[in-house]
Design a protein around this ligand. Sequence first.
Ligand SMILES: [Zn+2]
Length: 75
Amino acid sequence: MKKLFYIDYPQEHIEGQTHKYRCTYCKEETTIINGRLEGHLPTCEYRIKLESAGYEPDQAKSVKDPVSHDADDID
Ligand SMILES: [Zn+2]
């Protein structure tokens, strides 16, 4: 079970940095997380919660390949 983007985590403003936000739990910047579950620290409450719910960090796929899985979804 995967989501395309993991952006529903709680965010907080980074003090002193005008347009920067970070995850409330693991304090990683949103630009580093970049919508990926594995962008959060392994200890992040949000990541742990989603992983325990069956979502997986996308470690194996480092390169996006939009054409390779076209036929896979037809069952
Ligand atoms: Zn986090």
